[in-house]
Write a protein that binds this ligand. Structure first.
Ligand code: PRT
Ligand code: MG
Length: 219
């Protein structure tokens, strides 16, 4: 049995066409069922639904052989684990694309604030990536960990800036925030458990190759 970990929402929706192109059809309707294990047309392939940030954990510990997760999630997860926990990342699936950015209230003089060298409070779910980014610039920031609704932080005085994902920019705009720094481009990656790759080499190789062809066609 091959187990693929996906998160509901954009990762699931964007992975389905790639799976289909790889000959795997999810037969349960993810929107209707409350099941967390979904069957496919292949008796040897199943999909498990987990939180986006839990995908690396499932794949690392063998709860799933492979998974799809955003680079944001993977890099944060890697920063928390040592090399022993490193996952095999064979493929950029080029889906669920967005960027990690610094944003502030539109009326803030960010360049001036940075120049003054004042300590800045930055709210984010991505504390490791944010720390790395500001450290590389030699900036001292106080990081405030949040789990959601980052946009609220600069509006309430909780923080001067946020580090968050941006795709269309409409969430920032709706909250009168602006992007002031681009940290990195993000897309979803295929991740594989290294032990599974040894034990189930043939079927997993075939699956990775099929994904790779599907990405090539889509791009
Ligand atoms: O929602 P939940 O807490 O369960 O988990 P999650 O937010 O990690 O999962 P999900 O499904 O929302 O996102 C899964 C992955 O999709 C992320 O890890 C990213 O790699 C990728 N992705 C791509 C995005 C976006 N685009 C995105 N726009 N993830 C989140 N957003 C959010 C962003 O945080 C902000 O709140 O959408 C808002 C901005 O969107 P725009 O279009 O208004 O700019
Ligand atoms: Mg979300």
């Amino acid at each position: 049995m091959i187990t693929l970990a996906l998160s509901k929402g954009r990762i699931f929706d964007d992975t389905l066409p790639l799976l289909r192109a790889a000959g795997v059809e999810v037969t349960d309707d993810a929107d209707k069922t409350r099941k967390l294990i979904l069957a496919t047309n292949r008796p040897d392939v199943r999909v498990v639904l987990v939180r986006a940030s839990d995908v690396p954990t499932y794949v690392r510990h063998g709860g799933a052989d492979l998974g799809v997760a955003g680079l944001d999630v993977l890099l944060e997860d890697e920063a928390e684990h040592d090399a022993a926990g490193t996952l095999y990342k064979p493929l950029d699936l080029k889906i669920a694309r967005c960027r990690l950015s610094v944003a502030t209230r539109a009326d803030v003089d960010w360049a001036g604030t940075v120049r003054q060298g004042a300590r800045i409070a930055v709210a984010t779910k991505y504390t490791h990536l944010a720390r790395q980014h500001f450290a590389a610039k030699g900036m001292h920031v106080d990081l405030i960990k949040l789990y959601g609704s980052m946009e609220l932080a600069p509006l309430t005085g909780l923080a001067e800036a946020i580090v968050d994902l941006v795709s269309t920019g409409s969430t920032l705009k709706a909250n009168k925030l602006v992007e002031v720094e681009h940290i990195m481009d993000i897309s979803a990656r295929l991740v594989v458990n290294p032990a599974s790759l040894k034990l189930k080499r043939e079927p997993l190789r075939q699956m990775i190759d099929a994904f790779e062809s599907a990405v090539g066609v889509q791009a």
